[in-house]
Design a protein around this ligand. Structure first.
Ligand code: XMP
Length: 518
């Protein structure tokens, strides 16, 4: 792999993604990992990330010079660049000429490894207080800016490279090209991390892990569980059984998409459990959001557990091929954030299956553990998973149950489902799906307001539109959806959904608001 050494900023995962966009496999490791351990991973190259601190600050992470002598190509960015300079005996100084944001850089050698084929003026994204004033011995300076006389350097002999800026952010115009030049030309790595190869590798790994045993998967209809299931299906075919719990809190068309489109495309063996009535009666009269979430979670486990028992039971006699594994859609960011690349102990427990009882102990199959979300989508497309599922926006497990403010009834679900379908249809028609992280549509079932329609007075319910933009759902901003699109949604919902006489827009960021209303 290419190791991305995390110096403690939020950039490491982004860099790892950019490396993969160059079709090269990458892993994030903490800067505290001993050099011997890094080298033991037999890295094809090492990238040093930016970081929050000055190399002079007390407790600032430093770079073990041994890493630069291991014969492995190294590329330092921002803090990583300065840490390299320090380790190699160059000079980092407080010049008072910090640079922040888009900055013009002058490339002094457009035939160099990093800048080959690029213009000699380019805009780069800077964020530094200290500057490198003296390049380490043997380093050729290849770019400079007003505040950074040494803004980039390289030593082709030792295969050491660095830039003062952040090539991983979009605002560095040629950033991806610089990174690719390092990987492909500097380190001589062949870019063969493509969706097709990833599928082959993962399929092989699943076969190795699972052997002849049977595998169970809880399908939610979301991207992750669908792609994970499709991979396992490709690997071990009819050893896999998927369970889809229809809790009746799905949006229009979702159950059909899983039951029909997904099965048609992948050929998985799917058990659909119709638990609509069970969930509705468990939710009857409950309006407290936390209470609703608890009930939905509890019922889900009950239903899934029963289905799992049934399936395990069917194969009880077959001791050679027991139901031994459970598929989980854990992604790489979860693995990095929980501090580990190895060991099952670090994994977040999935809300769907966290409560499985002792006697249903499964080993986990987590085929997406090394992938970022965008790669999961590419793999899904490669596997022929329907686009409607691959590009689906996040949708919470408790579904529409937490988008009805008030208690949940079959009638209210119908109203919300109709309004939601219209909003989704119009946002899609306007080409906004990829600009919007997700757009909850909420029914204020306990609120009524007066309106007028035709010649008559109405006394209906409001629908809230909550379009948000986000990177990771931890923070979000409300999306500035064009007025004419909002107007169309509003007109259609109030015309087509009888119970609704008002459409309102939620213009709250997160924080202080959450994305969902409950
Ligand atoms: P909030 O409302 O906390 O939502 O800003 C953040 C993200 O998480 C989703 N969400 C859930 N997903 N089970 C899930 O699988 C849940 O109980 C749940 N609650 C919220 C929400 O849609 C948003 O993407």
């Amino acid at each position: 792999p290419v190791l991305v050494v995390d110096f403690g900023a939020q950039y490491a995962q982004l860099i790892a993604r950019r490396v993969r966009e160059a079709n090269v496999y990458s892993e994030v490791v903490p800067h505290s990992m001993p050099v011997a351990e890094m080298l033991a991973k037999d890295p094809a190259a090492i990238v040093l990330s930016g970081g929050p601190s000055s190399v002079y600050e007390e407790g600032a992470p430093s770079l073990d010079p041994a890493l630069l002598k291991g014969g492995v190509p190294v590329f330092g960015m921002c803090y990583g660049f300065q840490a390299m300079v320090q380790a190699l005996g160059g000079t980092v100084a407080k010049t008072g000429l910090g640079e922040y944001g888009a900055t013009p850089a002058r490339v002094t050698d457009t035939a160099s490894v990093l800048f080959n084929g690029q213009p000699d003026e380019q805009s780069v994204w800077m964020s530094h207080g200290d500057s490198v004033t003296g390049a380490p011995e043997g380093m050729r300076v290849t770019a400079s800016t007003a505040g950074a006389p040494v803004a980039a350097f390289e030593d082709d002999e030792r295969r050491l490279y660095g830039v003062q800026w952040h090539p991983e952010v979009m605002h560095s115009t040629f950033g991806q090209r610089v990174l690719e030049n390092f990987l492909w030309r500097g380190a001589g790595i062949e870019g063969d991390w493509t969706a097709a190869n990833v599928v082959d590798e993962l399929v092989e790994a699943i076969r190795q892990q699972v052997g002849e045993s049977r595998v169970l998967c809880a399908l939610s209809g979301g991207v992750d569980s669908s792609v994970a299931a499709a991979l396992v299906q490709k690997a071990v075919g009819d050893q896999l059984t998927c369970v889809f719990v229809d809790h009746g809190l799905l949006r229009a068309g979702e159950a059909e998409q899983v039951e029909k489109d997904f099965v048609d495309a992948t050929g998985v063996d799917l058990v659909v459990v119709d638990a609509k009535d069970q969930f509705l009666s468990a939710l009857a009269g409950v309006s407290d959001p936390e209470e609703k979430r608890k009930i939905i979670g509890r019922e889900f486990i009950r239903v899934f557990e029963q289905a799992a028992r049934d399936i395990v039971g069917e194969h009880r006699g077959d001791n050679d091929h027991p139901v031994e594994f459970l598929v989980q859609g854990t992604l790489y960011p979860d693995v990095v954030e929980s501090g580990g690349g190895t060991g099952a102990a670090n994994i977040k427990s999935h809300h769907n299956v966290g409560g499985l009882p002792e006697d249903l102990q499964f080993k986990l199959v987590e085929p997406l553990r090394s992938l970022f979300k965008d790669e999961v989508r590419q793999v899904g497309l490669e596997l022929g998973v329907p686009e409607g599922i691959v590009w689906r926006q996040p949708f919470p497990g408790p579904g529409l149950g937490i988008r009805i403010v008030g208690d949940v009834t079959a009638e209210r679900l119908e109203v919300l489902r109709a309004a939601d379908a219209i909003a989704r249809e119009e946002l899609t028609a306007a080409g906004l799906d990829r600009d919007i992280w997700q757009c909850p549509v909420v029914l204020l079932a306990d609120v009524r307001s007066v309106g007028v329609q035709g010649d008559g007075r109405t006394y209906g319910h409001p629908i809230v539109l909550r379009p948000v933009s986000s990177e990771d759902a931890m923070t979000a901003d409300w999306t500035r959806v064009p007025y004419d699109v909002l107007a169309k949604i509003s007109t259609r919902i109030t015309n087509e959904v009888r119970e609704v006489n008002r459409v309102v827009l939620d213009v709250t960021s997160k924080p202080p608001g959450t994305i969902e209303w409950e």
